[in-house]
Design a protein around this ligand. Structure first.
Ligand SMILES: [Ca+2]
Ligand SMILES: [Ca+2]
Length: 107
């Protein structure tokens, strides 16, 4: 179960990535947001460092986010993202319980 605080923080993070403010995250949002982050990092567009950071953010970030696209329309709504986060939280809790039962401790 998500706490209200975690839910609110997650929605705030989603808002950052929703560059066109249409209420859903698309790959194009990652393109814009990654460009902003790379620019804020002081990297010059066209430089190898800029392109690497941009590519990592777009490819890595969008590949993670798109897992939440439950209806496969290429857009991740806040509702889809929250459902995905709840599932991930439950899986993580189940893994922790399994490790504790097995006498292991996660670092
Ligand atoms: Ca959007
Ligand atoms: Ca969707």
């Amino acid at each position: 179960m998500l706490s209200d605080a975690l839910r609110d923080r997650f929605i705030t993070v989603l808002g950052f990535w929703d560059a066109d403010r249409d209420g859903a995250i698309e790959e194009s949002d990652y393109e814009v947001a990654a460009g902003r982050i790379a620019g804020l990092s002081g990297l010059k567009p066209g430089s190898m460092e800029y392109e690497q950071l941009h590519s990592q953010l777009v490819n890595g970030g969008w590949q993670l986010m798109r897992q939440f696209d439950s209806n496969g329309d290429g857009r991740v709504t806040v509702e889809e993202a929250l459902v995905g986060l709840r599932r991930a939280t439950r899986r993580s809790a189940a893994l922790s319980r399994g490790h504790r039962r097995a006498g292991l401790q996660l670092v």
